[in-house]
Design a protein around this ligand. Structure first.
Ligand code: BEZ
Ligand code: FE
Length: 296
């Protein structure tokens, strides 16, 4: 065997790590070693710096439990979550683009009828979201499920609450014409959690730790590629500096302000100013297999 030198070490390690029967794992490990060694060769960390990095990773792992995932947050702020999302959702032009799911989705939300309010006790400005779900040919998708979650008007998700009531989430379905209508309150921009190791790192940068106001949607229908995405409020001050790089131009939406006493899209008269948002989701049929080279 070759005795190691600084120069040949990467090649020696790569040669040894070829002994992996699973070809995908072999590919992953070869690439990881190549890039990791390349990083270390470029940065040339001191021993102290390398142990500081190991300590940061150790503390990041220790922060993770079933409620908190600091590694996902690290992946989010480094743009890796959005890159993985993009690679796995190469949809045809015209389909609604996807964006990060984020850590605050809670499964099995209650079902609401069309126009019902999913924000009953929540603080915030009333907000009605209407639109359609269609396929790429413009045909309405009947019975599509819109799983919706967001912050209340004070920037708080259910997962960040102490009490355990269902908060700011619900499932709505499209009618025969593909239309949907829901009542909620307008979300506001919020900071990612800054009390952990990711916050510690962000605090040493001049990078904004804010997300612009958004409503999360997971839109699913049999025979269609699911779309996990957000609608962002146009004009939000953080739209161009979203800390997790989640904003895509087609997802920026007008929140139209309506005066007190105006009639809302669900037919009710609202005695305070409110917002109306209109958005048409476009789903791609899975049968057309139009995914451009994404891993299935
Ligand atoms: C969110 O949209 O809820 C989110 C996404 C990534 C990191 C933190 C929050
Ligand atoms: Fe969010």
């Amino acid at each position: 065997m070759a005795y190691v030198t600084e120069q040949n070490l990467t090649d020696v390690v790569l040669e040894r790590w070829k002994a992996i029967p699973d070809p995908r794992l072999r590919q992953v490990m070869q690439s990881l070693i190549k890039h990791l060694h390349g990083f270390v060769r470029e940065v040339e960390p001191t021993g102290k710096e390398w142990f500081a990095a190991i300590d940061w990773l150790t503390r990041t792992g220790k922060m993770c439990d079933e409620k908190r995932q600091e590694f996902i947050l690290a992946s989010d702020v480094l743009g890796v979550s959005m890159l993985v999302d993009a690679i796995n959702n190469r949809l045809t032009t015209g389909a609604t683009p996807t964006t990060v799911e984020g850590p605050f989705h809670i499964p099995n939300s209650p079902e609401f009828g069309s126009g019902e309010n999913m924000a009953k006790e929540a603080p915030g400005i009333p907000c009605f979201v209407t639109g359609t779900v269609r396929d790429l040919d413009g045909a309405p998708v009947k019975g599509a499920a819109l799983d919706v979650w967001q912050t209340d008007g004070e920037g708080i998700y259910e997962a960040q609450q102490d009490h355990h009531d269902v908060w700011m989430r619900g499932v709505f379905r499209t009618g025969a014409d593909g239309s949907y209508c829901l009542r909620t309150v307008a979300p506001i921009g919020y900071t990612i959690p800054m009390d952990g190791t990711v916050g510690e790192l962000m605090a040493r940068t001049d990078i904004s730790h804010m997300r612009p106001a958004h409503i999360h949607f997971a839109v699913t229908a049999p025979g269609h590629h699911p779309v996990i995405t957000h609608l962002f409020q146009k004009g939000d001050p953080y739209i161009e500096t979203d800390v997790v790089y989640g904003v895509k131009e087609p997802l920026i939406t007008d929140f139209h302000k309506k005066p007190a006493g105006a009639k809302a899209p669900n037919g009710e008269t609202v005695n305070e100013p409110f917002y109306e948002v209109h958005y048409d989701f476009v789903l791609q049929k899975t049968s057309k297999a139009q995914l451009k080279g994404a891993a299935s």
